[in-house]
Design a protein around this ligand. Structure first.
Ligand SMILES: Cc1cc2nc3c(=O)[nH]c(=O)nc-3n(C[C@H](O)[C@H](O)[C@H](O)COP(=O)(O)OP(=O)(O)OC[C@H]3O[C@@H](n4cnc5c(N)ncnc54)[C@H](O)[C@@H]3O)c2cc1C
Length: 504
């Protein structure tokens, strides 16, 4: 490797950073808590920090393409730009790469994939399109959505070609087919994906600078000319003909959140500390258009003490939601907005996610939740009810009725139709107390399917590209679980290719 490797971060430091950097998280201030967390999945990384980042001393004054933000979109962009013969650089403001991508848990949606075909799942891009449009209440940007679904299968192949195999399929709320792709062992997608992408970034010798905070995108004669970046306390101006903005959303920026949705004040967030909307603000200064800035997704299953998300796969693999009265109150596989609204209607404004040892085996992330101390465990439904101070007869009746619904493939109470492959009849029963939390920002900068950023007249700003959660429109008013990891790979790749074509 030509670049000098900057080896100050260890894996355990990265883990510690992630735990403390998760909006509202308690500090992981003991060696023990760090060690325990590093053993599991959703909130951790391994390879990225072990391999190291580029030494700030090796920063050049000019690159072909500057990529701002080292999440999934940014690293996909960098790899494709490099594949097309260009010299990209990635600037990441946090001490580790990964952003919200590192936290993603349930998986990546894609249709007509080779893994679906291998497993006999009949799916179509049109069905994926229609269900996503329905989930977004018909408000999705149709040009972006069409490009997204049509390129989702090739995104899965592209990852596979780089040693990132997502061949274990599950389902998320609002979808009718198993199209949520996750790692073979059913573990959380984020750590695995970020490890794989950073490994490829390093192998391709793409410079990746961390603690490199981009503060401004510069322009000259109406075209983008580079960025200003703060490194080691000094601001530098770096030139490039194209800038790709992949800075993620604003789920950890209370001012931006409250500007769009004042009613969400005080909600816990699942987002990483770097999700502060910087890219949106910088692009707005260049005259870029924004869309859907008031569309903020709250996720129905968030642990409230530290903002850790309990992945949708727990419900997708058979978990149910029950109130303090021991009763189900919603179709758990309905879209996130509807499930969250149903929880907010409960007296307690919180509920229990109840599952059994079978679900635990199928969703590896549960081991992580257990190690964090979120999970109540019991040998029977009655014993679980007692632990939760729920009426044991009510909970037993709920679980029995649910298991009959699974057997008959008919949920008369709430018309749930998915996540019903297995009854809740394992040796042990578990519950996690959850409530809604801020999760995803659907709004962002407006792009076309070439990932060019559009100004207020709908014209492309020369040399300016964006991909991932920083953009708005694809998901409309409600994002379907699994569609963001799909988004960042599909449009991250596209922004790398289009920016490479732009600089020629
Ligand atoms: C807990 C959790 C679980 C999730 N699970 C799923 C899931 O299972 N499936 C799914 O589809 N989606 C999921 N999502 C959503 C999904 O993970 C994100 O929307 C997606 O990963 C965003 O990717 P990105 O590359 O656009 O941004 P990010 O991954 O957030 O990366 C953006 C990066 O840019 C950096 N940055 C920001 N500003 C600057 C700046 N000024 N200068 C330099 N760098 C900057 C940030 O620090 C960050 O590292 C989940 C989200 C969370 C929070």
């Amino acid at each position: 490797m030509k670049n000098k490797v900057f080896k100050t971060l260890t894996a355990s430091l990265a883990v510690m950073f992630l735990l403390t950097g998760c909006g509202g998280n308690k500090k992981a201030d003991t060696k023990e808590s760090t060690k325990k967390s590093s053993e599991s999945s959703t909130e951790v990384t391994t390879g990225a920090s072990e391999k190291g980042y580029t030494d700030p001393k090796d920063m050049k004054d000019e690159y072909d393409i500057i990529i701002v933000g080292a999440g999934g979109a940014g690293m996909s962009a960098a790899i494709e730009a490099k594949n097309d013969g260009k010299n990209p650089v990635i600037f990441e403001k946090m001490p580790v790469a990964g952003g919200n991508t590192l936290k993603s848990s349930s998986g990546m949606n894609a249709s007509e994939t080779k893994f679906q075909k291998e497993q006999g799942i009949e799916d179509s891009n049109d069905k994926f399109y229609e269900e996503t449009l329905k989930g977004g209440h018909g408000t999705n940007d149709k040009e972006l959505l069409r490009y997204y679904v049509d390129n989702s299968a090739s995104a899965i192949d592209w990852l596979d070609s780089m040693g990132i195999k997502l061949n274990n399929l599950t389902i998320t709320g609002g979808m009718s087919e198993k199209r949520t792709h996750r790692p073979e062992d059913g573990s959380a997608v984020g750590g695995y994906l970020v490890d794989g992408l950073t490994r490829n970034v390093f192998e391709k010798e793409i410079p990746l600078f961390v603690n490199a905070d981009v503060t401004e995108i510069t322009e000259k004669d109406g075209a983008v000319s580079g960025v200003k970046v703060k490194v080691e306390g000094k601001e530098k101006e770096i030139k490039s003909k194209a800038v790709v903005v992949t800075t993620g959303g604003y789920g950890a920026n209370p001012e931006m959140l409250e500007a769009g949705r004042p009613d969400l004040k005080g909600y816990v967030t699942t987002n990483s500390e770097g999700s502060t909307g910087d890219g949106i603000k910088m692009i707005e200064k260049l005259g870029g258009q924004t869309v859907d800035m008031d569309q903020i997704q709250i996720h129905p299953t968030v642990q409230q003490d530290n903002g850790i998300l309990i992945g949708e796969a727990v419900r997708g693999e058979g978990g149910i939601l029950v109130s303090q009265e021991g009763k189900r109150f919603v179709n758990e596989m309905d879209t996130r907005d509807n499930v969250s609204a149903a929880e907010n209607k409960l007296k307690e404004k919180s509920a229990y996610l109840v599952f059994d040892s079978g679900v635990k085996e199928r969703v590896k992330a549960i081991e992580f939740y257990e190690k964090q101390g979120f999970v109540t465990k019991a040998d029977s439904v009655e014993a679980l009810a007692k632990e939760l101070k729920i009426d044991d007869k009510a909970l037993t009746e709920t679980v029995d009725t649910w298991n009959k619904a699974v057997a008959n493939k008919k949920d008369a109470a709430f018309n749930r139709e998915t996540g019903m492959d297995n009854a809740l009849d394992g040796k042990e029963y578990y519950a996690i107390k959850i409530a809604p939390g801020i999760h995803y920002t659907m709004g962002g900068v407006k792009i076309n399917s070439n990932t060019e950023v559009l100004d207020k007249d709908g014209k492309a700003i020369p040399g300016l590209f964006a991909a991932g959660e920083v953009t708005g429109g694809l998901h409309g008013e409600n994002r379907i679980g699994g569609n963001s990891v799909g988004d960042i790979i599909v449009f991250g790749r596209q922004s790398g290719k289009q920016s490479a074509a732009f600089v020629k």
